[in-house]
Design a protein around this ligand. Structure first.
Ligand code: GLN
Length: 499
């Protein structure tokens, strides 16, 4: 790829593009134009973007080139990116894929976004997603579903499906997603790209529209672990505007990529290989673990016995927090209002009711009702309090195994990308897709998804499978190094869909 034609620059990984920008081999204007052309070429087939900010991107790219010429560049200067539409972008619509916020234009950037912008990254546009982050397939977007670039009859996963699909299709070198119960890792696995959900508090949540505040985290989706390290470096760190952001110093993540995992103690949780798992997923994940052993990791079987309660616990805690967070959409303070839209002669209560009735989609309403019920007097102890106890047990499970092992390896999801419409009528079947990602959020741990193989499907290329790496709090550098070491020895992450 040393002589990439200008119109093929979209093919470069973020790290490679960063090197060439720094060496002045390519310009940000050419790179950005190539990405915009690629979006125009593929996005009518995958619908990964809600908004494309072409003019803004061109301006920002020209600024980045000036900055590089002046010798004031950072590794991110001039790199184009997509941002999930759940993160506020100053002056650019931030819809959360909801009718409620279809017209909402924030007057500030989320901290993760402003840190990338300060370093000179270029905004290509905003990524499609499940409404407010609630879903596993991007079919809950109020606007349109995103399609998987490996097979456009299938879902890209969710909720950051637009971000993962864009990166897989070359419609963005990298993206920022968010992960409350799997929304970075699961779409990354369905689309064959690399995603990192950082430790809770590692990246500021300021300007991230809240779904479940005790679980939400922002993180990168990119082509490989080296790219994720580059992006995490830019966005991690304490933020006085987010009281839950961690004060711990940010290590040098790219420097953590030593390519050496000899002696690493890697746990394999038996509960993550349960009945009902796709046999192709099992085979690919098992082979990846063997490969990690060949690279020097010492494999140990471990047990996380509380795993079976994680899904039930999550679907009390996340909806409870959601019902509190989404109470702000009353048609007065933000976004859609039935009063403005409707006849105007209804009273306050009716206007509020109708605002919510028209503004929210069915899954969001289901979550709000579940949460309001779980928190209501008489049910609080039976549901919410019980779920918090489950959460404690899950944390304790992980803490115990991390006394014995340095990291865990497991599948991201028991399945690969499923056909559009396949699970929309059965919420529990949809929720089960995240059974191996939710426990990590309940414990606030960092975890990654990396491509580790393909399963056969009705298309020639097959469907990507993701390996999940989970570590103790603030072990992002270690996880990135395991992923990087694996990616140095394998080519799964270099496979691109034919689209
Ligand atoms: N699918 C899970 C849910 O719907 C997780 C989504 C997410 O991580 N935002 O809650």
């Amino acid at each position: 790829m040393s002589e990439t034609p200008t119109d093929q620059l979209w093919q470069l990984s973020a790290s490679e593009a960063s090197r060439r920008l720094a060496d002045r081999q390519i310009s940000s204007v050419d790179l950005t134009e190539s990405c915009l052309d690629r979006i125009a070429e593929v996005d009518d087939r995958i619908s990964a973007y809600i908004t494309v900010t072409a003019d803004l991107a061109r301006q920002q790219a020209a600024d980045a080139d000036r900055r590089i010429a002046a010798g004031e560049a950072t590794p991110l200067t001039g790199l184009p990116m997509q941002i999930k539409d759940l993160l506020c972008t100053n002056g650019v619509a931030t819809t959360c894929a909801s009718r409620m916020l279809a017209e909402y234009v924030p007057v500030y950037d989320a901290t993760a976004v402003s840190r990338l912008r300060e370093q000179g990254a270029v905004l290509l546009g905003k990524g499609n997603m499940d409404e407010f982050g609630m879903g596993s397939s991007t079919e809950n977007s109020a606007f349109f579903p995103t399609r998987n670039p490996w097979d456009t009859a299938r879902v890209p996963g969710g909720s950051s499906g637009g971000s993962a699909a864009a990166v897989a299709a070359g419609a963005a070198p990298f993206a920022l997603g968010t992960d409350t119960g799997g929304s970075i890792r699961q779409p990354a696995s369905f689309c064959g790209v690399t995603g990192l959900k950082p430790t809770y508090g590692r990246v500021s949540r300021y300007g991230l529209v809240a779904y479940a505040s005790s679980l939400d985290q922002v993180g990168p989706i990119a082509r490989d672990a080296a790219d994720c390290a580059l992006i995490l470096q830019a966005i991690a760190g304490h933020d006085p505007r987010d009281a839950t952001s961690l004060p711990d110093p940010v290590p040098d993540y790219p420097a953590a990529l030593t390519g050496d995992i000899k002696g690493l103690r890697l746990g394999v949780p038996s509960e993550y290989f349960a009945e009902g798992m796709d046999s192709g997923v099992r085979a690919a994940v098992t082979a990846a673990i063997e490969q990690l052993a060949d690279l020097g990791a010492e494999i140990r079987e471990v047990s996380l016995p509380t795993t079976e309660y994680a899904l039930a616990g999550y679907y009390i805690i996340a909806p409870s927090e959601c019902s509190a967070n989404l109470a702000r959409y009353d048609g007065v303070k933000y976004g859609y209002s039935y009063q403005d839209d409707g006849p105007g002669d209804v009273d306050m209560w009716e206007a509020m009711e109708r605002t919510r009735q028209h503004g929210f989609g069915p899954e969001v309403k289901r979550r709000i009702m579940l949460g309001a019920f779980a928190l209501s007097s008489g049910y609080y102890d039976a549901y919410y309090h019980k779920a918090q106890q489950v959460r404690t047990l899950i944390r304790q499970d992980f803490a115990r195994v991390f006394e014995e092992v340095d990291a865990l390896a497991a599948p991201v999801s028991p399945v690969t990308a499923f056909p559009i419409g396949d699970r929309t009528d059965d919420p529990v079947r949809m929720y089960l897709v995240d059974v191996y990602t939710l426990p990590v959020n309940m414990a606030g741990l960092p975890a990654m998804s990396i491509p580790c193989g393909f399963v056969r499907s009705n298309t020639d290329q097959g469907l990507p499978v993701g390996l999940q790496l989970i570590g103790p709090h603030l072990s992002e550098g270690r996880l990135l190094n395991i992923a990087h070491t694996y990616q140095q020895a394998t080519a799964w992450h270099q496979q691109r869909p034919e689209i």
